[in-house]
Design a protein around this ligand. Structure first.
Ligand code: UD1
Length: 382
């Protein structure tokens, strides 16, 4: 079906739901702000709802309050996805946007792309084409379904273009534009240096958090934190590596819940150099990332952020949907092997790490490219 954008301008809805979405939509909002012909609305599904998982990001990233808040909250995958669909459909029927933009790979991403496609509203997927080829990850299912439903597929790295080609997506729908998450990093790097987080944490840890003197940790994947044995492996890694300096671990609500459920809280508390904090805001976390000696993570986005910031990154997963961070960047995969992680942390504190470089097009201008492509497209096949 050929759909015309309205003559007087474009009405675009961008969807945010979970923490990793906010820093991707902020640069898009800024880029659309330069076009008087574009009305850009933000719909927040409420997948993440705690202030430190959501509101602080709006403040740090200077995002306006969402135009619509769906308040769906937590639930099983089916519950959460279904609730977003039911509520988002009402918004689409009322607002009749010309285009819906979804980012990343969370449940809100797939729910909103499916709802839009069923109403024949074109969908643009930002961060399309990434594949871990591991369907046990909910995000992989979300990525595959979203891509097949999307009309515009904006890709961060060459592997994404290749994956989409293999899946039979028409070339003219695919645009290699760079990484909107890097746009936010580039914009906020200087401001993040002013954060007082290191003084605050130093007061707790007793150690001054000098540049390159600490390890930064984020772990929240079900495959790492939903089993007691895996959390014990992580504990063992902390016990073996605390001798190098403070370990700063802002704990995701899922992880905190599991640590408590499995009765491991006191064991984590016994690791003297481990500083557990609540989840941190964007600027505070960026401040910590920039000067970390090494980052230990299972996040998707942090693999890219550490590559851009040139900070060693150990990813405790068996695979990655972001292979460029291994090929060019600072990232190394270890799975849940405590031996591998401990060995790599040793190497890192000994000053040994591979040389890296920032991938092409990760230059802070991805959102501008996306906005230009969408504004220039007056009609397209849906
Ligand atoms: C979601 C994404 C994941 C992303 C991560 C970033 C999916 C399938 N997963 O995982 O890709 O890397 O966000 O954080 O979309 N909770 C709170 N407060 C909140 C949000 C969550 O307490 O504001 C707790 C709830 O107990 C909830 C659990 O965390 O059940 C998990 O939240 P959920 O949104 O289901 O998935 P994440 O693990 O956060």
């Amino acid at each position: 079906m050929l759909r015309n954008f309205r003559i007087e301008g474009l009405k675009i809805i961008s969807v945010v739901g979970a923490r990793p979405n906010f820093m991707k939509v902020a640069p898009l909002h800024r880029a659309f702000g330069k076009y008087s012909s574009v009305q850009h609305m933000i719909v927040h599904t409420g997948q993440h709802y705690d202030a430190n998982m959501s509101k602080v990001f709006f403040d740090d990233l200077e995002l306006p309050k969402p135009d619509v808040y769906l308040g769906v909250g937590s639930g099983t995958h089916a519950e959460q996805t279904a609730k977003v669909m039911v509520e988002f459909e009402k918004v689409l029927v009322r607002e009749k946007p010309d285009l819906v933009i979804v980012v990343g790979d969370v449940n809100s991403t797939v729910a909103c792309s499916l709802t839009s496609a069923k109403l024949w509203i074109p969908v643009a997927h930002v961060e399309a084409g990434l594949r871990s080829f591991d369907r046990t990850m909910p995000e992989e299912i979300n990525r595959m379904v979203t891509d097949v439903l999307s009309d515009y597929l904006f890709v961060t790295e060459e592997s994404g273009v290749v994956n989409l080609k293999h899946e039979g997506i028409a070339d003219e729908k695919v645009f290699l534009v760079g990484d909107v998450m890097v746009d936010s990093l580039a914009l906020y790097k200087e401001k993040a240096k002013l954060s007082a987080i290191r003084q605050q944490l130093s007061a707790t840890s007793g150690d001054r958090l000098l540049p390159r003197s600490y390890t930064l940790v984020t772990l929240h994947r079900p495959s790492n934190v939903d089993e007691k044995g895996n959390l014990q492996t992580i504990l063992k890694i902390f016990q073996a590596t605390e001798k190098h300096g403070p370990i700063i671990f802002p704990v995701h609500p899922r992880t905190r819940k599991r640590i408590e459920e499995f009765g491991l809280s006191s064991h984590f508390a016994e690791v003297k150099n481990l500083v557990l904090t609540d989840p941190l805001g964007y600027l505070d976390f960026l401040n910590l990332m920039m000067d970390a000696r090494v980052i230990l993570t299972d996040s998707g986005g942090i693999q890219e952020e550490s590559t851009f910031l040139d900070v060693p990154c150990i990813t405790m997963r068996e695979n990655t949907e972001r292979p460029i961070t291994l090929e060019l960047g600072t990232n190394v995969l270890t799975g849940l092997s405590s031996e591998k992680v401990i060995d790599l942390v040793e190497k890192c504190y000994a000053g040994e790490w591979k040389k890296s470089r920032v991938p092409d097009l990760w230059d802070g201008k991805a959102a501008e490219r996306i906005a230009r492509i969408l504004v220039d497209a007056k009609t397209f096949e849906h």
